[in-house]
Ligand binder design. Structure first.
Ligand code: BGP
Length: 468
């Protein structure tokens, strides 16, 4: 795109995204229970980059006020984080007083600093005792989640305006149950589909709890509920075969439409369910489910966008583990790659998503809830003053914002942009390998924070809403 200045709307959230399990640390204090990340860290610390497990987060608990002040000073108006289920409730589903206090303190700090806090209820952090009862495969855990959500709404309803039920509900079925990449390393597509289905129900039940709590006056009238997912626009060959187009349709169906239909129509796409059935996969449905799913409609949606999906017709029906395949990856020769993370950089994908939302779901309001670039060994990019020279990050964000601004000018109902993660944080089993921040966290110096070169650029954009 030619260099020109793009303007984002005045009334537009500009903020930061993070999560409880990736920042809080303090995994054993305040009577917090173990979640699957703590359990995996305890069982096999060698699976984590440089053997850094979940324990420390990025020291946010000790630096909470300092971090919020720093985010505010960068011109940011809002921050999304998550409550950890394993911190807020005890094993009997009762409020853990220390956990409750933890989040009251967080919300009070945000209020004092002048940051709008967006609160998500689940970020891949299943409490381990519930996983041992079957996790998302067990309906009782789905109900336990609805109970947890209800407690959160009723406890913090007057402190938080923006609520989200899940972050990227597609990821656990994928990472824990299909690829077996995350603990407990399951590779079973039927179980993965059951998990995806039950999480969809859990989302809808939580929205139902939210509406009830609002009706009863526990929440602000102006509060909103949403779901956050990662959306990957699928692309295929320039001259596609029918089978390539079918691969695109199914990739879009499972990754995108499943969630878009749930949050806008209160139902799941029948053509995707039919395709699963045709491969012998039956979802654990019950007659009452359609009424539950009907409550899954939200006030707005969070869209995490990192990369597109390049697909083509699958060469075989199943992979080496017997998992049904609807598409094979297609290596686009022109792809620009972030080699640290192995993800394609394709800013126009955000524009294409915005157009899809506008055309296919015209009433849907949404915001970019995550977008970011994680880069390895940024310590080697320091100048003589010790400041990381991350021009690539400026370039990455600028190009995404340009396409976003263009989509908004063309009618996209996008209400904000949150960058992941403005302050470096812990990235699951990659730990601190790839750094996303505009602010460095120095692990050699007790988690000390230091702005990178990009921080000044971010501040200018966040305060002026002009993208240059
Ligand atoms: C999203 C998650 C975040 C974050 C981000 C970056 O999918 O919601 O939790 O981790 O991706 O990915 P990663 O940390 O794997 O590099």
């Amino acid at each position: 795109m030619a260099q020109q200045t793009y303007r984002l709307p005045d009334d537009f959230f500009f903020g930061a995204a993070m999560s409880g399990p990736q920042t809080e640390g303090h995994w054993r204090s305040g009577d917090k229970l173990e979640n699957l990340w703590d359990t995996w860290s305890n069982l096999r610390i060698e699976d984590f980059h440089n053997r850094i497990g979940s324990y420390g987060g990025n020291d946010f608990t000790n630096r909470r006020h300092e971090d919020l002040v720093s985010l505010k000073s960068l011109g940011l108006d809002s921050v999304r984080t998550s409550i950890q289920w394993s911190r807020l409730l005890d094993q009997d589903g009762n409020i853990n007083p220390a956990g409750e206090q933890y989040y009251h303190d967080l919300f009070a700090d945000a209020r004092e600093v002048g940051i709008e806090i967006f609160v998500n209820l689940y970020h891949f952090d299943m409490p381990t005792y519930l996983f041992r009862r079957g996790g998302w495969e067990n309906r009782e855990v789905v109900e336990a989640y609805a109970h947890y959500a209800s407690k959160a709404f009723r406890t913090f309803g007057k402190e938080v305006h923006y609520w989200f039920t899940f972050n990227e509900p597609i990821v656990e079925p994928e990472q824990r149950y299909t690829s077996g990449y995350w603990y407990p390393f399951i590779k079973d597509y039927a179980r993965a589909c059951a998990v995806q289905y039950n999480i969809s129900l859990a989302h809808a039940l939580a929205v139902r709890e939210y509406r009830a709590a609002k009706e009863e006056g526990y929440l602000h009238d102006s509060s909103r509920i949403g779901l956050i997912n990662c959306f990957t626009p699928p692309y295929t060959h320039k001259n596609p075969s029918k089978a390539d187009l079918e691969a695109v349709r199914m990739t879009d169906g499972v990754s995108n439409r499943w969630w878009l239909d749930l949050v806008t129509k209160g139902e799941l796409p029948q053509d995707v369910i039919d395709a699963l059935n045709s491969r012998g996969i039956e979802l654990p449905t019950r007659p009452e489910d359609k009424y539950i799913l009907a409550d899954g409609k939200v006030d707005w949606l969070g869209c995490n966008y990192y990369h597109p999906e390049r697909v083509q017709a699958p060469a075989s029906d199943t992979d080496e583990n017997g998992i049904p395949k609807f598409a094979d990856p297609y290596v686009w020769p022109e792809a620009e790659m972030n080699t640290s993370r192995g993800w394609e950089i394709y800013p126009k994908g955000l524009y294409d998503l915005a157009c899809k939302f506008r055309n296919e779901y015209p009433d849907l309001e949404w915001f970019v809830s995550e977008n970011g670039m994680g880069v390895e060994r940024e310590d080697l990019k320091k100048d003589k003053n010790g400041v990381i020279q991350d021009d690539y990050r400026i370039d990455f964000v600028r190009r995404h914002l340009e396409w976003l601004a263009r989509a908004i000018q063309e009618g996209a109902k996008c209400r904000g942009y949150h960058y992941w993660a403005v302050i470096d944080n812990w990235s699951w089993n990659h730990a601190f390998k790839n750094r996303y921040g505009f602010v460095e966290v120095d692990l050699e110096d007790n988690y000390r924070r230091r702005p990178k070169k990009s921080a000044a650029w971010l501040k200018k954009v966040a305060t002026t809403h002009m993208v240059e």
